[in-house]
Write a protein that binds this ligand. Structure first.
Ligand SMILES: Nc1nc2c(ncn2[C@@H]2O[C@H](COP(=O)(O)OP(=O)(O)O)[C@@H](O)[C@H]2O)c(=O)[nH]1
Ligand SMILES: [Mg+2]
Length: 302
């Protein structure tokens, strides 16, 4: 493993005792769930994720949830890249404590740290008392993301930790940009959306035209299905209203103008995601500017 290409993330896992914190980490690191003992103070594990050409080494700090360890636990927030607050979906109190104890504690020690809410023990459907909606409601109110896991189902655990690791890395990337770079990326995002809206609307117009021209029931039906699918895509761009009244010619012109503007903006952004005002080389690649995967949240908006 080339140490130059390894990103290290320290993740702290907190939550009431018995919600399954240790079980999640043991499951993630492929350990034996039967060997778990009550966590005293702090336990430490590492886990490597390899995805999209990135190697991420997770340093996982498993803290005990007992009150008496409050002071000791708090020191572990320092230097953390993310905090996972775990509750048990079958234990109302552990959910209430997210708001009354864990979120205030995390904020007290590190206000800017990315937080993630995890509802664990989702396999226990009959005993469940906190539904997804309530948990999502809390997470949305706190502007954090919510995930559900079962330490007994390995795939859920792997998936959630991988998603969280990439979320943290992408948010670090965005934060490390200057305000000029951020504005450039935001402007780029909206132009990409508008351009997609124009070309989607154009496709709809062309299909409608074809339907007017060709009197074939089956072909017409197929086109209507395509139009419906395209309309959903158009809605998602957020630019449906703006492009709705443009005719074929206007749409073509708008796409052309936007493409030129985008090419200019792309040439100002280096592959690492940094704005590069001195470079004027043409970068017409359709790949992500911030060098992330295709669906990154920084600049690949659709
Ligand atoms: N059914 C079920 N039980 C779980 C799950 N995760 C943990 N447990 C059980 O919950 C208990 C407490 O787990 P532990 O990992 O020690 O919790 P911690 O105190 O938060 O570290 C143990 O008996 C685990 O077997 C889960 O996802 N589903
Ligand atoms: Mg434990």
């Amino acid at each position: 493993m080339d140490p130059e290409n390894v990103q290290i993330l320290k993740l702290v896992v907190v939550g009431d005792s018995q919600v399954g914190k240790s079980s999640l980490l043991v499951r993630l690191t492929n350990g034996n769930l039967h060997t778990i003992q009550t966590t005293i103070a702090v336990d430490f594990k590492t886990h490597i994720i390899r995805k999209d050409g990135l190697t991420i080494r997770l340093q996982l700090w498993d803290t005990a949830g007992q009150d008496r360890l409050y002071n000791l636990q708090s020191s572990f927030y320092r230097g953390a890249d993310g905090v996972l607050i775990v509750f048990d979906v079958c234990n109302k109190e552990s959910f209430q404590h997210v708001k009354t104890r864990w979120l205030p504690e995390v904020d007290e020690f590190n206000r800017v740290i990315p937080k993630f809410l995890i509802g664990n023990k989702c396999d226990k459907m009959d005993e469940r008392c906190i539904d997804s909606q309530s948990a999502k409601g809390l997470a949305t109110g706190e502007r954090i993301q919510y995930f559900e896991t079962s330490a007994f189902i390995a795939s859920t655990v792997q998936e959630v930790f991988t998603t969280i690791a990439f979320e943290i890395i992408n948010s670090k990337k965005t934060k490390s940009m200057s305000s000029v770079e951020r504005k450039l990326i935001m402007s780029l995002q909206s132009k990409i959306k508008e351009s997609k809206a124009c070309s989607t609307r154009l496709q709809i117009l062309l299909l409608q035209k074809e339907n007017e021209r060709v009197a074939d029931a089956e072909a017409n039906e197929n086109n209507l299905k395509k139009i419906h699918a395209l309309d959903i895509k158009l809605e998602k761009t957020g630019y449906k209203d703006q492009v709705h009244n443009l005719d074929e010619q206007q749409l073509k012109q708008r796409v052309e103008t936007l493409d030129q503007e985008l090419a200019g903006m792309r040439s100002r952004i280096s592959p690492s995601g940094n704005a590069n005002p001195t470079s004027r080389s043409q970068n017409t690649s359709e790949s992500c500017f911030c060098n992330s995967d295709e669906s990154c949240s920084s600049c690949c908006v659709m």
